[in-house]
Design a protein around this ligand. Structure first.
Ligand code: ATR
Length: 279
């Protein structure tokens, strides 16, 4: 007798582009976990209602993508320490007692992709995080916890970078890491690792930092993937850096969510290799 699969989804607006259903479906095939994973387009003002409706249908949990990540903490019964620090979440678990547990696996996914898949250690390294919106907020804590020695947060709007640094200053002190905020044009040095967490490519704008932040062999990472990352990757390659897009981060954040929901770690490196071959 076949078992009815447990239902999960990704909620967002837009959501048609999301590769999460393909990733989780492949994880389920490879682990034998009985899950079904869908896309749910949620109206801009209807996130809370969308979550409640999905839970009422018997959903077991969901991933959350743009623009709802910052709405999750206000809805959840309990938030992980990562969510409290970032002020945003990408994973909700619907518990049997009806409560909602929020976590943020984006930063874990980024760290796993940089250290395991790209083979670049973060411990003791100097990192430039470009951007100070939700995407940057979701990864700063995990970058500090991974042992970065120094992190500069550079953002067009300096006040937002300063606020992000302020909210992470206690963790930076605990980790004995240096953490500073700067305007992009004022960053007068180069770094081991440069991470683009801005939406500038979506806005049709160029790379938001001067090329002097790169040196030959730097890892230049764009948290986006596909055409949106191309300009940044070309720029990095042109200046002798090692370019990498965010496809691995996407697969690894999904793997952390799958582990949270199912207690089973899926073979994420295999799934990433399959997706890279398919593109
Ligand atoms: P996300 O959730 O994707 O991070 P967000 O919270 O709207 O989205 O943040 C977008 C980030 O991209 C911000 O750091 C933003 O800079 P500002 O804080 O100055 O707005 C950055 N960004 C967007 N368009 C940009 C552009 N054309 N040049 C430089 N930075 C840009």
């Amino acid at each position: 007798m076949s078992q009815t699969p447990d239902l999960y989804c990704v909620m967002g607006n837009p959501v048609a582009h999301s590769r999460s259903p393909a990733i989780h479906t492949r994880f389920a095939e490879l682990t034998g976990e009985p899950i079904a994973y869908e896309r749910r387009l949620v109206p801009m003002d209807g996130f809370a209602q969308g979550v409640r409706a999905f839970a009422a249908e018997g959903g077991h949990g969901c991933n959350v993508t743009v623009p709802f990540k910052t709405e999750v903490p206000g809805l959840a019964s309990e938030c992980s320490a990562r969510v409290q620090l970032a002020g945003a979440a990408n994973t909700l678990t619907f518990r049997a007692d009806g409560s909602l547990y929020a976590d943020n696996t984006d930063g874990l996914g980024l760290v796993a992709d940089i250290t395991r898949n790209a083979g670049v250690p973060l411990a003791g390294r100097d990192v430039l995080l470009v951007g100070a919106g939700g995407a940057a907020a979701g990864v700063l804590g995990p970058l500090l916890l991974a042992g970065a020695r120094h992190i500069t947060v550079a953002n067009r709007t300096l006040a937002k970078a300063q606020a992000l640094v302020q909210s992470h200053s206690a963790l930076a002190t605990l980790q004995k890491a240096e953490l500073i905020a700067q305007e992009p044009q004022a960053v007068g040095r180069n770094f081991d690792i440069i991470i683009n967490a801005t939406a500038s490519s979506l806005a049709g704008a160029g790379v938001p930092v001067p090329a002097t932040v790169l040196r030959p062999g730097s890892l230049a990472y764009d948290m986006m993937y596909g055409p949106a990352a191309q300009g940044f990757l070309d720029w990095a390659r042109h200046h002798g850096a090692v370019p990498r897009d965010g496809l691995g981060m996407l697969v690894e954040q999904a793997a952390e969510a799958f582990l949270l929901w199912r207690g089973v770690r899926p073979p994420s490196a295999q799934v990433l290799a399959e997706m890279q071959q398919a593109t």
